[in-house]
Design a protein around this ligand. Structure first.
Ligand SMILES: Cc1cc2nc3c(=O)[nH]c(=O)nc-3n(C[C@H](O)[C@H](O)[C@H](O)COP(=O)(O)OP(=O)(O)OC[C@H]3O[C@@H](n4cnc5c(N)ncnc54)[C@H](O)[C@@H]3O)c2cc1C
Ligand code: SF4
Length: 469
C-alpha cells in the first residue's frame, strides 16, 4: 500500500483560517487568512484526478483544474500560476469571488460525501503567492502596429486587455471611475475582495504595457466616435447599472437608499476618494432592513454590520433554497448576526417624511410554468418590521449609453448589446469595428463570465486584425 492511499481522507476539506467573527465585523478586511505553509499543497493533493474533470466543465473558463492542482501538490507554484493564466486572466480575483458552490466545486466528484477540493481558495492563494514572489504572465514576444481601445475597466475589460497586450497590441483602457476594476472595486466590498488585490493586478497589466485612462467618461469627456476613428478596434464593456425599481410606496422617504450607490459610497470612503455625491448614511446603532436576496443584498447586509448597525434584517420573498445569492455569502451573513426573514414580500415602506418601517406580507411558494418558485401573498399576514434605514437591492438591468445607438451598436428590447450571430464574428456588434462583452451584453451576471467574454472577445478582435496570438 502506498504511503498516502487516499489524501482526500487524510486531509479533510479545509479553507484557509477564517478570521474570528467578533474581529472581522469591526473592519473591512477579507475574512480568510492565507493558507498556512504546506496547506495549499495538502488540499490540492485531495484531487483524485477522476478522469472526467467535471470541475473544468463547470468552470465557465474551462480552467485546467486537475492539472494545476497536481502542480500545486508538487510545489511547482510558478508553473501552476502559468497554467492558471492560460485560461484565466484574473485567477486571484475569480478564486475570491466566484460562487464555487454553484460552479467548479459544486461538480467536484468528492463533493458528495467527502467535501469538494477547495479549488477557489487554491487558485487565489497560489496566484497571490506567485505574484508576491515576482512571477509574471509572459509578455508579448513582439509588438504589432495595431491599437485597440477598451471602454470599461471592469473584469471584462481587464481580461480583454490582458489577452490583447500579450499578443503585441497597444491597449488603452478608458473608465469613468478613478480606479480600475469596475464592480470589483466599487461594488464588491473589501471583505470579499481587498482592493490591494485589484491594485496589484493593475500594476501587472501596466508592466505588460496596458495604459489606463481613468476619470474619462466616454460620451461626456470624449466622444465614442472619436475613439472608433482613432483605433483599429474597440471593445465595449460598460456593465449593467440600471437598478430594478420595485416602485414600493414610500421608497422616496428619507432613510431609503439604493444598494449600489450605498456600496459605492462606502468603497470610496474606504479608498479615500469620496466625492460630494457619495452619501454614506450613518448606520451606527440603527435598525437596518435590506430588501432582496441576491449577492448585492448580502454585500449590503454585511456592510451594514461593519458600519455599526444595531440590528440588520434581510427580507426576501422566497425561501432560503430559492435565494439567488451564493450559499457561502448567506452563511457568512448569518455568522455575522444578520437576521433573515424568508418568504416576506415587501408591500410598502412606512414613515412620515423619514422611514420608520417596512410593511411585509408572508408568502407561500407555488411552482410556476418554468418550475421556479413563485411567491404568493398570504392574505391577512401583513406586519411591519421597524427600520431606521432601508436599502433596496432588487437587481440590475442593462444601462445602454446614448452613444450606442448613434454609433451603430444595436441593443435588444431589454437594452442588452447584441453581438455575434450568423453574420458576425463572436462578440462583434452591428458596427464591425466594435465588440462588446460582460454585463453590457449579458445583463447583470458574474465576474467569471465577464472574464470569459473579455478573453473570447479579444480572440475575435485579434482574428479581425490578423494578429496571430
Ligand atoms: C454589489 C455587487 C456584488 C457582486 N458580487 C459578485 C460576486 O461576489 N461574484 C461574482 O461573480 N459577481 C458578483 N457581482 C457581479 C459582477 O461584479 C459583475 O457581473 C461584473 O463586474 C461585470 O463585469 P463587467 O466588466 O461587465 O462590468 P463592470 O464591472 O460593471 O465594469 C464596467 C466598467 O465600465 C465603466 N463605464 C461604464 N460606462 C462608461 C462610460 N461611458 N465611460 C467610461 N467608463 C464607463 C464603469 O465605470 C465600470 O468601471 C456583483 C455585482 C454587484 C453589483
Ligand atoms: S474561475 Fe471560478 S469557477 Fe473557474 S475554477 Fe476558478 S473559482 Fe472555480
Amino acid at each position: 500500500m502506498s504511503e498516502k492511499p487516499f489524501p482526500f481522507l487524510k486531509f479533510p476539506r479545509a479553507l484557509p483560517r477564517e478570521i474570528a467573527i467578533p474581529i472581522r465585523v469591526v473592519g473591512f478586511g477579507e475574512i480568510h487568512a492565507d493558507f498556512a505553509d504546506g496547506d495549499a499543497g495538502d488540499q490540492a493533493s485531495r484531487c483524485i484526478d477522476c478522469g472526467n474533470p467535471y470541475c473544468s466543465w463547470a468552470c465557465p473558463l474551462g480552467n485546467r483544474i486537475p492539472q494545476w492542482l497536481k502542480l500545486v501538490r508538487d510545489g511547482r507554484i510558478d508553473d501552476a500560476a502559468t497554467l492558471m493564466h492560460e485560461t484565466n486572466p484574473l485567477p486571484e480575483i475569480c478564486g475570491r469571488v466566484c460562487p464555487q458552490d454553484r460552479l467548479c466545486e459544486g461538480d467536484c466528484t468528492l463533493e458528495e460525501g467527502f467535501g469538494a477540493v477547495t479549488i477557489g481558495a487554491i487558485e487565489r492563494s497560489i496566484t497571490d503567492e506567485a505574484l508576491r514572489r515576482g512571477w509574471r504572465p509572459s509578455p508579448a514576444p513582439s509588438t504589432t502596429d495595431k491599437r485597440v481601445a477598451i471602454v470599461g475597466a471592469g473584469p471584462a475589460g481587464l481580461a480583454a486587455a490582458d489577452r490583447l497586450v500579450r499578443a503585441g497590441v497597444a491597449v488603452d483602457v478608458f473608465d469613468r471611475y478613478e480606479e480600475i476594476g469596475g464592480l470589483l472595486t466599487f461594488g464588491i466590498p473589501p471583505f470579499k475582495l481587498e482592493k490591494s488585490v485589484v491594485r496589484t493586478r493593475r500594476a501587472v497589466l501596466e508592466e505588460l504595457g496596458v495604459r489606463f485612462r481613468l476619470g474619462v467618461d466616454i460620451g461626456r469627456d470624449l466622444a465614442f466616435d472619436a475613439i472608433v476613428a482613432d483605433y483599429d478596434a474597440v471593445f465595449v464593456a460598460t456593465g449593467a447599472y440600471r437598478f430594478v425599481d420595485a416602485r414600493l410606496p414610500g421608497q422616496d422617504l428619507a432613510g431609503v437608499h439604493a444598494a449600489l450607490p450605498f456600496l459605492i459610497a462606502n468603497a470610496r470612503h474606504l479608498l479615500g476618494t469620496a466625492a460630494a455625491g457619495d452619501v454614506l448614511p450613518d448606520l451606527a446603532g440603527k435598525r437596518v432592513v435590506v430588501l432582496g436576496g441576491g449577492d448585492t443584498a448580502m454585500d449590503c447586509v454585511r456592510t451594514a454590520v461593519r458600519l455599526g448597525a444595531a440590528r440588520v434584517t434581510c427580507a426576501y420573498r422566497r425561501d432560503e433554497a430559492n435565494m439567488p445569492g451564493s450559499r457561502k455569502e448567506v452563511k457568512n451573513a448569518k455568522d455575522e448576526g444578520v437576521i433573515f426573514r424568508f418568504q416576506a414580500q415587501p408591500l410598502s415602506i412606512t414613515g412620515n417624511g423619514t422611514v420608520d418601517g417596512v410593511e411585509i406580507a408572508e408568502t407561500r411558494l407555488v411552482a410556476d410554468n418554468n418550475g421556479r418558485a413563485r411567491a404568493e401573498i398570504v392574505e391577512g399576514s401583513a406586519q411591519v418590521i421597524p427600520a431606521d434605514i432601508v436599502i433596496l437591492s432588487f437587481g440590475f438591468l442593462p444601462s445602454p449609453d446614448d452613444w450606442f445607438e448613434t454609433s451603430g451598436i444595436g441593443t435588444d428590447a431589454s437594452g442588452r448589446v447584441e453581438v455575434g450571430g450568423n453574420t458576425r464574428l463572436p462578440y462583434q456588434t452591428a458596427n464591425p469595428k466594435v465588440f462588446a462583452g460582460g454585463d453590457t451584453v449579458r445583463g447583470a451576471d458574474l465576474v467569471v463570465r465577464a472574464v470569459l467574454d473579455g478573453r473570447e472577445a479579444a480572440k475575435a478582435i485579434l482574428g479581425r486584425l490578423g494578429v496571430i496570438a
